[in-house]
Design a protein around this ligand. Structure first.
Ligand code: AMP
Ligand code: GLY
Length: 438
């Protein structure tokens, strides 16, 4: 099989890496990929943009690609799956209609209400004055969300009414463009967040191991929100009994309600949950794709060939597959970012030490990196440089969480680039529960 993976993050490096572990996979092509996907055997990058649907479709047909796997939400929300399916290409990822579950928070909220899925109370507004008076009446803390895709920056958890009012102002003044046509004002939930991802073929659901991400830039979950600074799986905050409830009370009703709306949803359904202190849960958001960096902690534990599962989703025969098999133990991923991220940061810093990190037994999943092999026509000794905010993630796996996290930190300490930053406290909730120090 030849598989094409769309995207250029750590998630896509992990997807390509996992696919290539299988003897069935002859080649993986990444569009556009990164320095990590450029460096793997049987893997190559194709320099097309993720929204060049024509180009991707033409390439898939010409090269006999068996499956196209879509990483990011943007091309899904623009209808890449619909486009490729029309051309007869097999795709893993929902159609444009299905991707609304991530691309419009108001749409997702209405779906959750219809499906009876537990979620925070919310009101939707189309203009600032009504939104502001609602906030003034509700008081703080309160959560303000831009409706559409805003690269993880559209949500403000406001500690004060003033903060909420300025978030509303910013959204309606166009800070997020058309993503800010509607505003959701939501009840502020407390508890621990967890990510429950499931594979689905539109009828059957197969949950993956639960994971926990660390969204803030600073240790102790302080500072600005990021794409995610580290993750581990399985997350003990979601024990098996809770997973069963989440499957029955969140994932199955979501898929059934999508079907009732005529949406045949095939791909990943990702529920971002708040586990409340009483052990219950509410859905914070749905995503229509794999999480990043959750994927870098989940896939190394997967035993069942990923391509078999993805093809079964694309062909709607997931019910015929045996249950997903997992390695025992745990995995933890620590993300290294460029200095300044999630604000402005420099690119082009030379990265060293990846081979040494891998020699310890860790997996290094590259994100914002670029392999430079020539300047113009002039070949150079290949050098790997930073090319984004989240630069790479290092995953350790082990029989226990403690072994996994210790390996991830031992390995990441082998890697250097100028301005490299990573949180030292990934998994701190588990560490404090087992009284574990690195
Ligand atoms: P979302 O993109 O909707 O998941 O929101 C991004 C982040 O904002 C979440 O991961 C939470 O940390 C936080 N958040 C979203 N909704 C709420 C809520 N209702 N209460 C508290 N925190 C929230
Ligand atoms: N790690 C959060 C996300 O992928 O949305």
């Amino acid at each position: 099989m030849k598989v094409l993976v769309v995207g250029n993050g750590g998630r896509e490096h992990a997807l390509a890496w996992k696919l290539l572990r299988s003897q069935q996979i002859e080649q993986v092509v990444c569009v556009p990929g990164n320095g990590g996907t450029a460096s793997m055997e049987r893997c190559r990058n194709l320099p097309l943009s993720v929204d060049d649907f024509e180009g991707i479709g033409r390439f898939a047909l010409e090269q006999g690609i068996s499956l196209v796997v879509i990483g990011p939400e943007l091309p899904l929300s623009l209808g890449i799956t619909d486009h490729l399916q029309r051309q007869g290409v097999m795709v893993f990822g929902p159609t444009r209609a299905g991707a609304q579950i991530e691309a419009s928070k108001a749409w997702a909220k209405a779906l959750m209400r219809e499906a009876g899925i537990p979620t925070a109370q919310a009101a939707v507004f189309t203009e600032a004055t009504a939104a502001k008076s609602y906030v003034a009446a509700q008081g703080a803390p309160i959560v303000v969300k831009a409706d559409g895709l805003a690269a993880g920056k559209g949500v403000t958890v406001a500690a004060t009414v003033e903060e909420a009012l300025s978030a509303i102002e910013a959204i309606f003044q166009g800070q997020f463009g058309s993503a800010g046509k509607f505003v959701l004002i939501e009840e502020c939930l407390t508890g621990q967040e967890a990510s429950v991802l499931a594979l689905t073929d539109g009828v059957t659901i197969r949950p993956l191991l639960p994971a926990q991400d660390h969204k803030r830039i600073g240790e102790g979950d302080t500072g600005e929100n990021t794409g995610g600074m580290g993750a581990y799986a399985p997350a003990p905050i979601v024990p098996p009994a809770l997973m069963i409830r989440i499957e029955q009370e969140v994932l199955q009703p979501a898929i059934a309600t999508l079907r009732a709306r005529g949406i045949d949803y095939r791909g990943v359904l990702y529920a971002g949950l708040m586990i409340t202190p009483d052990g219950n849960f509410k859905v914070l958001e749905f995503n229509c794709r794999f999480g990043d960096p959750e994927t870098q902690a989940i896939l190394p534990l997967l035993e069942t060939p990923l391509e078999d599962l993805m093809l079964a989703c694309a062909q709607q025969r997931l019910s015929e597959m045996p249950l997903i098999a997992w390695k025992a133990g745990a995995a933890a991923c620590v993300v290294a970012a460029a200095k300044g991220y999630p604000g402005a940061y420099q690119k082009g810093q030379v990265i060293t030490g990846i081979e040494q990190a891998e020699a310890l037994g860790a997996g290094v999943f590259q994100a914002g990196t670029k392999l430079i092999e020539a300047i113009g026509e002039e070949p150079l000794a290949p050098s790997l440089v930073t090319d984004g905010g989240r630069v790479l993630g290092v995953t350790g796996i082990g029989e226990t969480f403690e072994q996994a996290i210790a390996l991830a930190y031992a390995a990441i300490s082998q890697i250097q680039f100028k301005g490299m930053y990573y949180r030292r406290d990934i998994g701190y909730r588990v560490r404090s529960a087992v009284n574990f120090k690195l």
